[in-house]
Design a protein around this ligand. Structure first.
Ligand code: CTP
Ligand code: MG
Length: 229
């Protein structure tokens, strides 16, 4: 709760992690990283975060039991439900959103299970910003030079000053997210911020964490291993 508003967290864990492992292995969000399943890092952070009331997890049916076991073993008492994911991340989140009972001003926090390196103060900071400003996303500046490519040649150098790399958790007011789903038809969004922007609402940018790495490739695995030591 923040003031009189409930805070509901959605963890997206219904992906197959194809860039991480092309064979039919356990998806990256469930593999062990320093002896904890990747998804458990986010579950534990949200469980300990006093501002968060409920947790929903989106997963493919195949892994419902596994998620249930992880939740039970680690006393994640805030878990309300595990919801079947969809074809894309966007569909997975939407499936969960439909199941949530919330008041219009409640806050919905959406987070990728594949981003284990978050902490309570970061999450609380985002919730507090959302309570003040409405919709918020964490993002970081880019230090490399950015170029557009065409047929293996540089097509253009892009001014990086206004560019940001966007992360999760992203926090939205329930009614604004709801309105965005009904207003916007397109489904090709890689995050919910894109949907909310498209619906015409303002999304505030909050400083992200440099080490809030999304486990995508094998390289990230080694990096996260040392960061989470
Ligand atoms: N996700 C999801 N449902 C999907 C696809 C992705 O819930 N249909 C989740 C993933 O489990 C992950 C997060 O969204 O926690 C970010 O997606 P990404 O890093 O792209 O994971 P995958 O889609 O699983 O990986 P890849 O794109 O390499 O296959
Ligand atoms: Mg993906």
């Amino acid at each position: 709760m923040i003031g009189k508003r409930r805070v509901v967290a959605i963890i997206t864990a219904a992906g197959k992690g194809e860039r991480f492992s092309s064979n039919q292995n356990l998806p990256k969000q469930f593999i062990r990283l320093n002896n904890k399943p990747v998804i458990l890092y986010s579950l534990l952070t949200f469980q300990s975060c006093k501002l968060i009331d409920d947790i929903y997890v989106s997963s493919s049916k195949k892994y419902f039991d596994l998620v249930g076991q992880i939740v039970f073993k680690n006393k994640i008492t805030k878990l309300c439900s595990i919801v079947e994911g969809g074809k894309t991340r966007f569909d997975s989140v939407k499936n969960v959103f439909r199941k949530i009972h919330a008041e219009k001003n409640d806050l919905i926090l959406i987070h990728d299970a594949a981003r284990p390196n978050i902490n309570i103060s970061f999450v609380e900071g985002l919730i507090k910003e959302a309570a003040k400003f409405g919709e918020v996303v964490p993002a970081i500046s880019i230090s490399d030079t950015i170029k557009k490519e065409k047929n293996n040649y540089v097509a253009e150098t892009i001014d990086r000053n206004n560019l940001r790399l966007v992360q999760t958790p992203q926090v939205f007011r329930y009614n604004f997210l709801k309105k965005s789903y009904t207003k916007t038809r397109s489904k090709n969004f890689t995050d919910e911020s894109s949907l909310v922007e498209k619906a015409g609402f303002k999304v505030r940018i909050v400083e992200g964490l440099l080490n809030n790495v999304k486990l995508t490739n094998k390289n990230d695995f080694e990096l996260l291993k040392s960061l989470l030591k």
